[in-house]
Design a protein around this ligand. Structure first.
Ligand code: SAM
Length: 248
């Protein structure tokens, strides 16, 4: 079994049901599933939606699942790499997946870069990633991923998942999280780049992390110059950037 594809299959039926419910509610029109594998989550989702588009990279799993679910109305499977798939073609839709952990970050990125036609995603991720997505300022887990995500989404835990809920069990704890896109939120790449620079070296002050990008006088005029990025709340980065650029 090609474990390098992150193939840990969820076998706990109550957890599968919770994830399907978090993604679809009582009923959803259209759902996109990333990495259906042997279809454990797929079957729970199919009971709750009209249309399901699944993307699976592993050719053998994809063809087995396609033949197994061929009679299910509304089910469509694309064999391929989710990172090379245009998910926008299936919008509006909810997005869900027990993610292959080796590409968690690019999949999160993919979702964040979509638009309001994709209002929510439910992802099963490593517990450590869930902690970073949910983190509050002044904590060890609060970082670039936290701010980039929380600028666009509200994040909450759906269910914590122990290794024993999978076959084979992964070495780490996991958690399903739900990301709800904030109304009117859109990716601001200039702001995201700025946040990345603020967190470039987490232990350094903003003054030190930003000194190559802004004039020394602008930085010194900023009361936050001696703080670290982890002390700035999510909504504090945009006003900081505007001040440094000489705006308000
Ligand atoms: N959904 C199933 C479950 O819950 O039992 C399987 C989840 S398993 C953690 C991740 C699945 O993603 C595997 O089936 C793997 O083959 C698939 N996968 C890995 N990389 C992928 C990629 N780049 N694009 C699409 N699917 C991928």
């Amino acid at each position: 079994m090609p474990r390098k594809l992150g193939q840990h299959f969820l076998v706990s039926q109550p957890i599968l049901e919770k994830i399907a419910e978090a993604a679809c509610g009582a009923h959803a029109e259209r759902v996109i599933e990333i990495g259906p594998g042997r279809g454990a989550l797929t079957r729970h989702l199919l009971k709750r939606c009209d249309e399901l588009h699944a993307i699976e990279l592993d050719e053998k799993l994809a063809s087995a699942l396609r033949s197994e679910l061929i009679d299910k109305p509304g089910f469509a499977l694309t064999q391929g790499d989710v990172l090379r798939t245009d998910l926008a073609q299936w919008g509006p839709a909810a997005i869900v997946g027990n993610l292959p952990y080796y590409i968690t970050s690019p999949i999160l990125e993919l979702f964040l870069n979509l638009d309001a036609r994709f209002p929510a995603a439910v992802f099963l991720v490593q517990r450590e990633v869930a902690d970073r997505l949910l983190a509050k300022p002044h904590t060890r887990d609060y970082g670039f991923l936290t701010v980039k995500t929380q600028l666009l989404c509200d994040v909450k835990i759906v269910v914590k998942v122990p290794p024993g809920a999978f076959a084979p069990p992964p070495k780490v704890e996991s958690a399903a999280v739900r990301l709800d896109r904030k109304a009117g939120a859109a990716v601001d790449s200039e702001l995201v780049m700025f946040v990345g620079r603020c967190f470039a070296q987490k232990r350094k002050t903003l003054r030190n992390n930003l000194k190559s990008f802004f004039r020394a006088e602008a930085l010194e005029a900023m009361p936050e110059a001696g703080l670290r990025a982890e002390q700035i709340p999510v909504e504090g980065f945009l006003p900081l950037l505007r001040r440094l650029q000489g705006g308000s």
